[in-house]
Design a protein around this ligand. Sequence first.
Ligand code: SF4
Length: 369
Amino acid sequence: MKYIDEFREQSLARHLATAIEQEADTHRIYRLMEFCGGHTHAIFRYGIPDLLPANVEFVHGPGCPVCVLPIGRIDNAIELVEQHDVILCTYADLLRVPASRGKSLLKAKASGCDIRMIYSTQDALKIARDNPEREVVFFAIGFETTTPPTAVAILQAQTEKFNNFSVFCNHVLTPSAMQAILDAPEPVAIDGFLGPSHVSTIIGSQAYEVFADQYHKPIVIAGFEPLDVMQSTLMLIRQLNQQVHRVENEYTRAVSRTGNLKAQKIMQAVFEVRDVFEWRGLGLIAKSALKLNATYAQFDAELRFQLPAIKANDVKGCECPAILRGAKRPVDCKLFGTVCTPENPMGSCMVSSEGACAAYWSYGRLRAQ
Ligand code: SF4
């Protein structure tokens, strides 16, 4: 298949749905975690649960970078603009995430702080280039997919000898989050994983082999189109029926076993792994995030502005932490669709375009639950 609508072809979807129904053992339940928020949205956007037997369940994972960012890091960013008078460059999703004391970056912007929405790291560099008298901070978030562009921006800043550009680094690592989910004191029941699409283009499918080998969980790297998700679901069901656990790659058009070696090399040149990092919902996870290494420390906003570690509580009643662990669904939250809507979000999972609550609201709230 070459074109995107071929990956949305109804007759093929029906064929796959029939195969899943025939092969899914009616005497058991299949609980499959889709790690990525992109998969959660594809699942609901295309109505995939309606095509599957009731004993095939999706468990929504933490693969939404905005959702897993703890409130304390948003508080740090607000401190940067309020107390250090920087130009803060950020992606749009972060603007509306609730911070402590009823604040958000959007409210800080409305009160006069210089916060600029950007589409790429190159936009942030341009702003730094155009404002040599101002400190410009790029609020960097994301899994391994968005880390290489941040690394490239830092290398470029060094080449151009910027002294007014720095990065507030919040890049996190996918395998560490998977391990935290599996090692949790009260682990959520998961039979297998739909593996990330875009992240895997960078880190390759081999990054997940440890989970198949040591945790005996089958993993299928899945593309983001509906037929990708259904084909991957069938591949997981087949592994589980055969009682085998290996990494398979459904998304062969983009993912290799070793990933993007050039991107990995650039990341390794610029970043080092933090000892520990806080994730919303998953708590403190060792070796789960990146910071700038000593060579590029002059571009590290945390060092430049001496940002403190801030421990902040989630909004009362918000179930984002449990949803990100796969322990609850958005509809289990009493605030869902009442107090909390996309227009008035109480938690990050309702704000982000990859959040599970936003997916339920956009595509699933009228479904019989
Ligand atoms: S519906 Fe809103 S308050 Fe509830 S878990 Fe989702 S984001 Fe949090």
